[in-house]
Design a protein around this ligand. Sequence first.
Ligand SMILES: NC(=O)c1ccc[n+]([C@@H]2O[C@H](COP(=O)([O-])OP(=O)(O)OC[C@H]3O[C@@H](n4cnc5c(N)ncnc54)[C@H](OP(=O)(O)O)[C@@H]3O)[C@@H](O)[C@H]2O)c1
Length: 294
Amino acid sequence: MNSTVSPLNAAKRIDGKGCADQIIASIADRVAILGIQPGLAVILVGADSASQTYVNSKSKRAKECGFYSAQYDLPEDTSEVALLELIEQLNVDDQIHGILVQLPLPDQIDPEKVIQAIDPTKDVDGFHFNNAGRLQAGALEQALIPCTPLGCLHLIQHELGAELRGKHVVVVGRSNIVGKPVASLLLQQDCTVTTVHSGTVNPEQICRLADILIVAVGVPQLVKADWVKPGAVVIDVGINYVEDSSGKGRLIGDVHFDAVAEKAAAITPVPGGVGPMTIAMLMQNTLLVAERAL
Ligand SMILES: NC(=O)c1ccc[n+]([C@@H]2O[C@H](COP(=O)([O-])OP(=O)(O)OC[C@H]3O[C@@H](n4cnc5c(N)ncnc54)[C@H](OP(=O)(O)O)[C@@H]3O)[C@@H](O)[C@H]2O)c1
């Protein structure tokens, strides 16, 4: 992976895109000699443009890996029953190893019901209660771990090495898809983990204790330079679309990149940091399910 030192900032910019490219290439090498073709089904309901972009990227990466890729673009008014029937078919389809339903779903569909309907052994997003419970219990052998937390762990280990014992990790955010599972994952790496949420008093003081600061909130540039200990590794999960005064749009993270880059040892950019790693980990989970089926 190419991490570069920006001329303006002291911190190393962590190249998530480069890391993801390497992982995809090594998955493709593995698939070439696997003996079976891993299959990934990606389901999109409706025409949300951000979701369409994510789903197309996932299908494209699946093809690069040499997977069988099945994309289902369903109309906005798809019923919950129809979606559950499709999942039931995919659950018993031997060609399909991983099933992903792109969130959010339209209002008429209960996302929890849909997630729990996916066969947990094909739940490559790792959101089924069986997989969440296994992660929490440390029973990783049969678990599927959520992709964004796995991607964060990869990037952290790339910067700091595999041994993270004793590092103080502060996770800002406690969602089921990022905050809670990334905290569990790092606890199992023998880190000391603190979780900050919307009810935390003086979050900046707690964040300043972090050797590794992971931010998954959805508030543009919430984390400023004075939230960060000098030399910390900062992982920005946030993806926020903002427009400038001329109406030109761009993506920014939950961390004020330029200011924090002057204090941190290393920081992920947005875009090009955690996002590409999330998709690479989805491919890794799909390969894992196919290997378990051998
Ligand atoms: N890069 C990727 O691949 C990727 C993947 C998933 C998500 N994301 C992005 O990551 C961000 C978070 O996603 P999510 O799904 O975890 O969001 P979410 O479900 O909305 O959860 C946000 C969390 O942030 C906490 N929070 C909100 N405001 C806060 C504040 N001012 N101080 C401290 N904590 C605060 C909330 O606390 P409470 O629980 O107390 O309400 C909640 O736990 C979003 O920008 C999303 O787009 C990126």
